[in-house]
Design a protein. Structure first.
Length: 54
């Protein structure tokens, strides 16, 4: 926005632990989501189950 990078964060406070995933840019988030592999047969079968829970 306004020629500045946009970040999506779950929390506003920084977690400085080495095991915590660092924030990434919106472009990196979209790339990770859109380049994800398709679900395998087991995961595909669970989609209707999880969908009905919400």
């Amino acid at each position: 926005m306004d020629d500045q990078p946009v970040f999506i964060r779950i929390a506003s406070n920084a977690v400085l632990e080495p095991w915590f995933t660092p924030a990434c840019s919106f472009d990196e988030l979209l790339q990770a989501l859109l380049d994800a592999p398709p679900p395998n047969e087991t995961t595909e079968a669970l989609i209707p189950v999880y969908h009905s829970m919400f």
